[in-house]
Design a binder for this molecule. Sequence first.
Ligand code: PAF
Length: 296
Amino acid sequence: MANGPTDSSERFPRVVRSVQQLRSDVACARAAGRRVGLVPTMGALHEGHLSLVQAARDECDMTIVSIFVNPTQFGPHEDFDRYPRTMERDLPLLRRVGADLVFAPDRQTIYPEGFSTYVDPPAVGQPWEGQCRPGHFRGVATVVLKLFNLAGADVAYFGRKDYQQARVIQCMVEDLAVPIAVRVCPTVRESDGLALSSRNRYLDADQRERALALWKSLLLARQLVQGGERQAESINGRMQQRLIELGVDRIDYAALVDPVTLQPVARVQQRTVALVAAFVGQTRLIDNLEIEPCSS
Ligand code: PAF
């Protein structure tokens, strides 16, 4: 598969930091008729990321994992500086699941001097995270498009945990005719339901317990819908109440939305997605659950 001298490491998976090397490795794979998968990440990998790598391995002949903590998707008071950078731990995990290549560019490679072109995110990026984290999806869409252009992969893999992000990327790819297929893979959860997130490592034991409130509020929404409740306002209110009872410190939103447009629904008539975002201590967590009105 990828051959030639390594940029920075003799370890498998091969770690590549330059665009030139990435492109030459992908060109070799393509020349050999291989299908290339890309899993964009910011590192601090967990089983959720590894399930994306596994999905890529199942479908593709070469799996690239990008690791880049993207500064433009963090707000001025967010956790960019303390976001975990754990390359030493990430590489053995990637080796375990059989990633072929890690693309780990530095900031200059992605945002060289004079960089000034950004993607204006699609309408699905406006509510929810778009309101709470202004500029976030502009940063995400920009870096993801750049990674797509650099890697030239056939398929890209994202987690459903970031439901709105996945919709932003799907719409961007469609609107701009980006030649890549987007796969959205199921959320991976702890045995008690907590969605895996790189930010879970900020939580102490008490906060970890309280973080379960997000999942429990989603389960409540599903239970209410499947019990016949159709008024979204009432369900949203009950989710918020549950979040508070179970100890979150602040709610950004808890709402039933249309799974395609992400606009709030008034009545639950068909498949709906419950979205939640809340703070536990200083840590902001998000989660979601797709809900069908009929249980059987
Ligand atoms: O989901 C993430 O980890 C990031 O938002 C992404 C898609 C890698 C872009 O930086």
